[in-house]
Design a protein around this ligand. Sequence first.
Ligand code: XMP
Length: 194
Amino acid sequence: MSAGASPRPFPYNPPMEEDVARILIHREEIERRLADMAEEIAQTYHRDEEGLTLIPVLAGSIIFLADLMRKLPLKMKIGLVSVSAYPGRTTRPTAPKTVIELTGDLAGRHVLIIDDILDTGRTLRKVREMVLQREPASVRTAVLLRKPSKAPPDVSADFVGFDIEDEFVVGCGLDYDDHYRNYPHIGVLRPEIM
Ligand code: XMP
């Protein structure tokens, strides 16, 4: 702020906590589970010579990706894909649209798709199909959250952080209208916010 400029009234950007009705999963619990997941994933891939490529589904997976990959003691590459299913202010999914095409040469490599949540499964079904067209050595999926009551039988995840009830959640990369991705816990918003 330049000298003499008047300070903005406080609070000009209210804390996210005020919008959250309930914390579903605390950061500490998430950290503990991620350490176990990283071990499971490392055990699965540590003998593979073909090489591992992570495919994070943007943008919801960014926090989960960063947390998880720092715990993985394996050499790996990253490809990217962006798919949008909840555009703007909605908690009802639309047909997932590809926003950024899948990047990276996946032929003959072990691919681990990383996503924030397996909800209706439409996004992961679409991304998996895109990956399979590139003839990888194998395809698996890791998600931070899964809603077992909604995930269809043909779309499964190999590594799952937490199973949750069917309610709209934010935090750890999950958003509402592109906000709350940086909320450190998994939480449920106050109904009047949505
Ligand atoms: P599905 O499995 O329904 O999920 O294709 C697609 C994407 O939608 C987002 N998603 C959510 N985002 N709270 C959110 O903030 C939720 O409860 C939720 N459910 C789904 C998420 O980005 C997922 O990758």
